[in-house]
Ligand binder design. Sequence first.
Ligand code: ADP
Ligand code: MG
Length: 260
Amino acid sequence: MTQPKESLDSSCLEFSNVTYRYGSVDALSNVSFNVEAGDFFAVMGPNGSGKTTLVRLALGLANPTAGEIRLFGVPASKFDRWDMVGYVPQTMDGIHTQFPATVREIVAHGLYKGFDPFGFWRRGRQEVVERSLEVVGIEDLADRRISAVSVGQQQRALIARSLVRRPKLLVLDEPEAGVDAAGQEQLYSVLRRLNTEQGITILMVSHDIGAVLQEAKTVACINRTVVFHGPPHHMTQKEISDLYGLPMDVLLHDLMHEHR
Ligand code: ADP
Ligand code: MG
């Protein structure tokens, strides 16, 4: 097995000239970027620009048509430390919300690695579940049905579910979708703390330009290919407007809450 590099200055995720094709459609074309350990890396782009495809490739759920992806220095095809990579899906799927599970049960599900009837509630594992609930600030909701809490609280439960495996890299696909303004602030505050206090590297796909400008250390704007890559304050209003094909004031006031 190739050992992942875990030194602080190592790269968590690297795309080198990655192309991904669905049939004859290039969803991503010649995409290159590097997410360094400790980064809060945001991916922005309009609908259909390839963001979810990028996430699927980063998680090893799809293989590039051309180019190479490395996780912690290891080619994605050889990478086998998926416990180091946490994933927060865009929303709770219907199965979770309709299933009569509690918030705590959803979080504990992150520990499940196949059939292990005796291991599931082993001592120590319960503690990691309780701590994850606390880290995202939903310990008071632990016994509530997952369907009875807000979308923002569900998103934080999904973050806690990924935290029980102590990931080094956390990947989120539009976590703010459907979350109200107060809930979004709580969500970003959790991500900020995970990044700055626990050193977890964040890769977040987002339409929320305000949040990206405020929270991200590095931004990649994509529209099938990378059109901007760098610190958010280096991004010009024109670059953002060109990306979405709309003026900046419209984007800041309407788009981030509606364009999903
Ligand atoms: P985003 O997340 O930025 O909205 P996606 O990565 O979902 O974009 O999609 C990128 C492009 O790939 C779009 O043009 C979309 O229509 C196409 N696409 C996505 N999934 C499939 C699929 N399963 N089959 C064919 N085309 C797809
Ligand atoms: Mg998407």
